[in-house]
Design a protein around this ligand. Structure first.
Ligand code: SF4
Length: 244
């Protein structure tokens, strides 16, 4: 795979596998579709590190930090479909999360085309699919969690205006989802200027305690600015447990 997630030849063969940290059935705990029974595919690997989000970086560090790479499984589209099929009797949504799914947009496309229910892709919105070549991505809701300065990432790495605009223009069910622990209104305004999509803010918190500390401020911040509040139900109920 190259740095943009395009397929590349490895040992003379096209590498079609997707590194997957976990696949599980749960309830969506945050964002626009909170409460929906969903199958989650968590891909391994990310193009950011977000060291500002706690000592381990982000809340899904085990799908980002290369030290956990030996836990990831390289799965084919057939393998992934088989896992999803186990839960189709519940008519779930499909949530593709990470890590950063954008690294594998081309490889994920057969799943996007095949799955009949609602699909959300949780992304840092620094990489875009090719909507002309892969038009089924237009039916996907992209949860654009554009990283703010509290992620400690460099601005030019974390904010890709052309990508955000392209996703907003092509995938109309999309929304913004910002991680907040202080007043970052100016940054949110700059990123969302001219884009008519819902804006959700959720408390920074990879642990229950951290979430509880930040939630009251984010609640007020949303009220004052007309943003939508998103909690993180899975963190409240299960803390740092994986697969929930
Ligand atoms: S972009 Fe998301 S998955 Fe990647 S390191 Fe940052 S918080 Fe973690």
């Amino acid at each position: 795979m190259d740095s943009n997630g395009k397929l590349k030849m490895e040992n003379g063969k096209l590498n079609n596998f997707i590194p997957v940290s976990e696949i599980f059935y749960s309830i969506q705990g945050e964002g626009k579709y909170v409460g929906n029974p969903s199958v989650f595919i968590r891909v391994g690997g990310c193009n950011l590190t977000c060291s500002g989000f706690g000592e381990m970086g982000c809340d899904s560090f085990y799908a980002v930090d290369k030290r956990y790479k030996n836990e990831w499984k390289n799965l084919s589209i057939v393998d992934i479909k088989k896992e999803i099929e186990k839960y189709l009797k519940f008519s779930p949504d499909l949530v593709i999360t990470g890590g950063e799914p954008g690294l594998y947009f081309d490889r994920l496309y057969p799943i996007i085309k095949w799955f009949k229910g609602a699909i959300t892709i949780e992304t840092n919105a620094t990489l875009s699919p090719d909507f002309e070549k892969f038009p089924a991505f237009k039916k996907v809701a992209f949860a654009m969690s554009v990283k703010l300065s509290n992620s400690n990432e460099e601005y030019k790495k974390r904010v890709k205006t052309e990508v955000i605009n392209k996703i907003a223009k092509n995938a109309k069910k999309s929304f913004f989802k910002f991680v907040i622990n202080k007043d970052l209104k100016k940054e949110i305004e700059d990123i969302t200027a001219g884009i008519d999509l819902p804006i959700y803010c959720m408390p920074l918190g990879a642990s229950k305690k951290e979430l509880e500390n930040n939630a009251p401020f984010v609640f007020d911040f949303c009220l004052k600015n007309g943003y939508r509040y998103s909690d993180r139900i899975h963190i409240r109920l299960f803390g740092k447990k994986r697969g929930v």
